[in-house]
Write a protein that binds this ligand. Structure first.
Ligand code: FAD
Length: 559
């Protein structure tokens, strides 16, 4: 059990960060830096220095940090991303760079390197990706040749190239993944070491406030005590071990970016009058450009919070859950930002408006720390095992739990989420019978559908906890209990409908001969019936979001 920061300390960190951003990072400066394609190194160093010390949340107490747990990290990452995903990426890169050491390092290595992140605020980089090894890291070509002396290994010579490395041109230390005789291994390399150079900053689509550079290692010598953990061949395991946690961070970036864009769209829609009234009163606007995105972001948040709580409870690496959270949040964040541009009309298409920048920034979250397609594959493969182990019952069991929840709390969307889960169990069983997961398209679409269903279940549970007044003390409280329940009903209906229609597409589309009575198995009637009340719920959520924006504007005005 990792209790992390106390609630007051978390709120203090979030408030200090907000205050720093209001004082030092007005929109006009962020837009200017984006246009100049400039990494504001001094600002990042102040964020990770005595002035703000935001990196301390991520560093364990014993190495001089504040020892934040996964929940704290999610809240802080969401907050940083709402300010700027490029700046947030720089902090993330330091934490990713120190992660192989935190996970697999010897006590001496942790003291020597991780404590520098806390005490000196050094910037680190995480050097895994190579020009020809991205999603498939095992294809790496960078080598680590042992150097012997007195009959044992005294050091290594690293040679190769790394691609797209955040903080690559500015970090003091880099964790480099290289192929040693015993297999892929991490090495901690001082960036000033002879033979270690970097390329020019990449000219990127977004996160232009972050530094991204290629790294070149030309026979770079490191002492043997810089091999993380002191044993070769542990690199991929050490990378895997933190995926649940690191993907949660990027999930929080998607959430923070998505909501930052949507908040602006909602505020704009209250002011912008067209055809005799503000846009926020027009269903054709709100029910397409605001409500669905708010709902999907909150489903993602529910998945993030559940995963964070479980990680903090010691439930293990949770790679599949981390992938579900990342997939839901980054896809929803990107769609929300796109909708926010549309919501601003022509203005949204100009550099002058932050939504345009946010859209370019949030796009990266679907690519780094594992692409969306790799997330789909991870989710599908992980849950496929559960499906087989449970003889097809995994999602029927999940559905039954949601049915019990519905009996207890009828208005939180658990009924429609249960319909979706039953349909998923049936779809997976049909895939097993037809051996359809051999088709990669089917496998990856299954990953997407699993995430949708799990997000629906998570949001229903979160809405129920909110109704019962039992949300975690550190949980976000953007939506109140009635609004969360409404969002959950909308989301669960969408999950059920998506399951029913996508199942037909996949099963019939792959010429699966054994379709049988597909409608009965997928519960199509129940799916259709569950849609009742959808528009009224969308009306209600649109009004709640608009009221909330009004309240925020009034509070700001009076404060
Ligand atoms: C701005 C930025 C910052 C980054 N920061 C870092 C960093 O700090 N450290 C670091 O190590 N890396 C970093 N990366 C690298 C990032 O993690 C990789 O770009 C990412 O993992 C994808 O690898 P790739 O670019 O080689 O694409 P590829 O792996 O070649 O993928 C290309 C496309 O093919 C798809 N694909 C790949 N494999 C499969 C498959 N088996 N089946 C179906 N589809 C597949 C992918 O989803 C993607 O759509 C960064 C990248 C960017 C752009």
């Amino acid at each position: 059990m990792t209790s992390g920061l106390d609630v007051e300390a978390l709120h203090f960190s979030l408030e200090s960060m907000g205050e720093f951003a209001r004082r030092e990072l007005p929109d006009s400066l962020l837009i200017e830096l984006d246009e100049r394609d400039e990494f504001p190194e001094a600002i990042v160093r102040r964020m990770c220095g005595e002035e703000l010390g935001i990196q301390l949340v991520f560093v364990p107490d014993e190495y001089g940090g504040m020892g934040g747990n996964a929940f704290d990290v999610y809240r802080v990452c969401e907050g940083m991303a709402a300010i700027d995903i490029g700046l947030a990426t720089s902090v993330l890169a330091t934490i990713l760079g120190s992660d192989p050491i935190s996970v697999g390092g010897t006590p001496e290595q942790k003291r020597r390197f991780v404590s520098r992140v806390a005490e000196e605020g050094i910037l680190m980089a995480y050097g895994a990706t190579e020009p020809e090894a991205g999603s498939d890291l095992a294809a790496l070509k960078t080598t680590a040749k042992p150097v012997s002396g007195n009959g044992h290994v005294v050091g290594y010579r690293l040679s190769g190239a790394k691609q797209w490395i955040s903080n690559g041109g500015v970090a003091e230390l880099t964790s480099v993944l290289a192929l040693a005789p015993g297999g892929p291994s991490w090495f901690v390399v001082d960036n000033r070491t002879d033979g270690f150079t970097h390329g020019e900053p990449e000219d990127k689509h977004g996160i232009r406030l972050s530094n991204t550079a290629a790294l070149f290692l030309d026979d770079v010598y490191v002492e043997a005590d810089r091999l993380v953990g002191g044993v070769e061949g542990q690199g991929l395991v050490q990378a895997q071990e933190v995926f649940g946690y690191t993907r949660l961070m990027v999930a929080a970036f998607g959430l923070g970016g998505g909501w930052a864009a949507l908040d602006r769209a909602i505020a704009y829609s209250r002011e912008r009058v067209q055809a005799g009234g503000p846009l926020c009163e027009k269903q054709g606007f709100t029910h397409k450009l605001i409500v669905p995105h708010a709902v999907r972001l909150e489903a993602a948040r529910a998945a993030i919070e559940e995963t964070a709580e479980r990680l903090d409870g010691g439930a293990g690496p949770l790679n599949v859950e981390g992938a579900v959270a990342k997939y839901l949040a980054t896809e929803a964040g990107d769609e929300a930002a796109d909708a926010a541009i549309q919501a601003h009309g022509g203005y949204g298409y100009t550099h002058e408006y932050m939504v345009e920048k946010i859209k370019r920034d949030v796009r990266i979250t679907r690519i780094y720390e594992g692409t969306s397609e790799i997330m789909e594959m991870t989710i599908a493969r992980g849950r496929w095992q559960e499906h087989l182990k449970s003889h097809g019952n995994h999602y029927h069991a999940e559905a039954r739990e949601l049915e019990s929840l519905h009996a207890e709390r009828p208005a939180v969307g658990a009924d429609a989420a249960a319909i979706a889960a039953h349909a998923l169990a049936e779809l997976m069983e049909s895939c097993r019978a037809g051996r359809l997961t051999r088709l990669q398209h089917v496998l990856l679409r299954l990953g997407a559908l699993i995430a949708k269903v799990e997000g629906a279940g998570a949001l229903a549970r979160r809405a129920a906890r909110a109704q019962a007044g039992e949300l975690a003390p550190k949980a976000d409280r953007r939506l109140d209990a009635p609004a969360l329940a409404t969002a959950s009903r909308i989301n669960a209906r969408e999950a059920a409908l998506t399951l029913a229609t996508e199942s037909v597409r996949l099963l019939a589309g792959s010429n699966h001969a054994e379709l049988g009575d597909l409608d009965a198995r997928l519960g199509t009637r129940a799916v259709n019936a569950a849609q009742a009340g959808l528009i009224a719920d969308m009306d209600s959520l649109a009004q709640a979001l608009c009221r909330q924006a009004q309240l925020r504007a009034t509070t700001r005005g009076s404060g």
